[in-house]
Ligand binder design. Sequence first.
Ligand code: SF4
Length: 491
Amino acid sequence: MMAKKISAMDIYKLLPKINCKKCGESSCMAFATKLQERKVTIDECPILKSPKFEKNRKKLEELLSPPVKEIWFGYEDKKVILGGEEVMYRYELTFFNPTAIGIDISDSLPEEEIKKRAKFVEDFVFERTGEKLKLDFIALRNASDDPERFVKALKIIQENTNMPVALCSLNVESIEKALDIVRSKPMIYGATEKNFSEMIKMLISKKRDKKEFALTLSSSNIKTLKGMVKASLEHGIEDLILDPHTTPENIMETLDKFVMIRRSAIERGDKLLGYPILGLPINTYFYVLKGNNPIKQFVEKLDKAAAIMEARTACAMLNRYADGIIIHGTEVWELMPILTLRQAIYTDPRKPQTVEPGLYPIGNPDENSPVIMTTNFSLTFYTVTGDFEKDGVVCWLLVMDTEGKAVDVAVAGGQYCGDNAKKLIEETKIEEKVNHRIIILPGLAAPVRGDIEEKTGWTCVVGTRDSSQVGEFLRKNWNKILEEWKAKQEL
Ligand code: SF4
């Protein structure tokens, strides 16, 4: 059965239809459209809170619940949110919750190492295009299989960080003891075919609210996985995560299962598979370092080979619906591609990635400094300012509102043009900051040079195609360009 696509009209039918505007929208239909796009929530319509609309509200909640259930774990003020997705492809709407990235910590490590690694996970930050990219959770691994060591390691993590935790053990006793002291809502990894009954029995006997943990169900067989979901639901355990097994030696097989699960949930409305998927790139370490594999014959530095394979596996999983992953490597060269790819996949295609248009002084510019004009596409802006900073470029950077388009696209689309340049010059009052009237344009803006000169009256010089070459260009040419321009004014 194909899952039915919800239209704004389906939603509208359940709204009060009185157009009171209390939600901030001009009509109930406008609110319905925003609900469909998940730009607002049901709570924003106060009328729906009245008992008269209780039935409709419930129907709306059901109608709007995404085909992949949204699950969270961690602290109330530091949640790791998994799932909640509605589409197979990002351009169909958007992806909502970026894949959560967890780093493992083995309970066999000495206390100082556990502390150090936990702090590393908490403090790690990598800034790209103005966004701080971080790690999301700690996956505490019961490598010792000793419940006491597991609990001790959890205490160390909790005393030293405020990070959400995944309790990773197949030993039911270890999980039981850890649950007694865990301060946050944990992800439990997990219930397998082998320990399922024992694990469920323990979780029920704990008399813990079944919403106080998220349980990972693990099986390489999707039918079995569905059976485990069904049985968990029957016991009232609803916050579930699916682990269809990660096999690094045959990553295609793993990815096929990820796609199958997601397709079944989104396109066929299979509720038993409508849960977040967990990927385990960490398995590459076990495979490369411990397994009997052909890599060992060819590679000397096995740990590096494992890290490369892990990063590759993680990236493949980000592309194919992993809602959470657990990795082992902490080298920045391994984390950077994973975090960067995640950032790219989870930007909202409905919103242009922009920075505020205006005038940005770079370095400490004065009245003789060059004026350079770029666009407000955030990736362009941060690449340009990053290159300028690296190369010691000192200039006035004019950032034009091109609706978040890069230079070549904005030139073709007509946003990078004379009229917008004129407006920008007037609004920023750049004329008062410099004693010349020269703008350096990006190489890709050469086709609109004439238009900008005509509308602004400024002299335009076409610079380099790449911002990394601007420093060199200015060192070689700026003084000459300025002198020639001044000489012309004296004629
Ligand atoms: S507050 Fe509710 S009833 Fe009023 S316009 Fe918005 S959606 Fe319609």
